[in-house]
Write a new protein. Sequence first.
Length: 133
Amino acid sequence: GATSAGGLCERPEVFDPDGLPGLVGDYELIGRAPGSAVAYAGRSRIAPGDQGYRLQRDLGGETTEGTAWVEYCSPDRYPVLMFSLATPRGPLQGRCFLRTNGDNYYLLSCYTRYPDGGDAEGLEAMFQLSGGD
């Protein structure tokens, strides 16, 4: 599934809110839901939480909330942001690969899936906004 890498990833037992400096913030979002050919756009917000991050997504006035956490994958232990959002269709699970641009803002490339949605996979890209936007 989208939130499992077949045992190749490990979630730390203790959440470190400074594990990915600068990740918290607001993001532009574009995506395509699993099994759909229709694209969508909106905004996301990543905020610190108790055992991970809080994730909020706004698509045209419809707000969904969930949690996100970091897992470290492969022998190189590269970070992957995993998430689960409570949507009207059911929980949307995802895994995001992270990189930064020249200004050190995060760019997230995500694969999404509904647990009961078979093999259908969706895509999301999130572009971090500067503090003034």
